[in-house]
Write a protein that binds this ligand. Sequence first.
Ligand code: C5J
Length: 235
Amino acid sequence: MMDSNQASTGTVVAEPEPIELNWSTTALVVIDMQRDFLEPGGFGESLGNDVSRLGSAVGPIASVLAAARAMGMLVIHTREGHLPDLSDVPRAKLRRGAPSLRIGDPGPMGRILIRGEPGHDIISELYPLDGEIVIDKAGKGAFYATELGDILRKGGIENLLVCGVTTEVCVNTTVREANDRGYRCVVIADGCASYFPEFHDMGLKMIKAQGGIFGWVADSAAVLKAMQAETTNIV
Ligand code: C5J
């Protein structure tokens, strides 16, 4: 891991303004890059969505993830999903809408959005390394009823690089939760995706509006450029 006494920083060209990050107090949070959302036959498709729309986020996330790993940055993956007995699914979530398959129903990748099923797993391209933290969450926000807050506090984390799916649902909810807890969030625009392009655009606009009311937004290239100086120093 990075030496927290070593104040190596980088400035990310972001909106609404550039942001300087101390890498030793920054974590990368990859939200819900699960087969259930990105592949046919999972939760996302059961809701009537075109899951191919989320694929654009994979490459940018893979690049930032590789750089974060090379720097020894704290990397956290999240997964949305529920216990096999459905005891942690609010009735309202279970009953909502008219999906082709409901949470817990058997599907081609196992039971929909259930922990331990193939569909609940993270896609192979972004699979967590041994030792990386994986937070299982029942809600859309990664702080709600999880150990995330404790982990960040223990790690002395002040800034989050946030990416994943979907922009307006789990990414936005987590960024709002993090902002209320005092974290400075930089959302990686092309490392996020939505089933609805207009919601993706608006979800990012909402974060960076009003002087960055919830956080900052930057492209993966800008984040990588800021990380670059650090990674080139690693021998
Ligand atoms: C949704 C998520 N969209 N990870 N979950 O239900 O954004």
